[in-house]
Design a protein around this ligand. Sequence first.
Ligand code: PRP
Length: 187
Amino acid sequence: MERDSMLYQDLESILLTKEKIAERVREVGQQITRDYEGKAPVMICILKGASIFFADLIREIALPVTTDFMAISSYGSATKTSGVVRILKDLDKDILGKDVIVVEDIVDSGVTLSYLKNLLLQRGTASLKIATLLDKPSGRRVEGLNADYVCFDIPDGFVVGYGLDYDQVYRNMPDIGILSPAVYEKH
Ligand code: PRP
């Protein structure tokens, strides 16, 4: 997709180019390859936002990984602080005794990951780590919740592209951009 295509016209600015993302995803993939030498971690994609990152990341990991997918939904933002998260699609396989890496697109308040971490640890994993494309520390509402692998720390702002959406749109934009406030203020 070209950068003068229609989706890009809704951006205030481009935050991370696809070239910069690819370079960093490669580095993180190589880091995971080194850290898990001799192991075969289960890579868990949290749908839908992480799907693009997940597809690129696993191809940079030179280990016999397996994959599984989970879909969750958090209740509206007002209740997000309560940490109520609903599982829409659970894992297909048991993760007892497995080395698990959860792959997320963004850690914002940390509510989703905090819930997921507790849930998956209860299932008796051998280890559990979190890889996230983006980390927005300014949004954090859960103390001490940090990802183990972070591609980019980002400032406050509404980011879309490379899997991240606004109203389900923009996930297919190859770059990550800040959405113009005019787009969401219309709604
Ligand atoms: C987004 C994102 C994380 C979560 C992060 O998911 O993918 O799962 O929110 O926010 P938090 O740290 O404040 O909990 P969303 O519910 O938008 O679904 P999506 O991945 O399908 O876009």
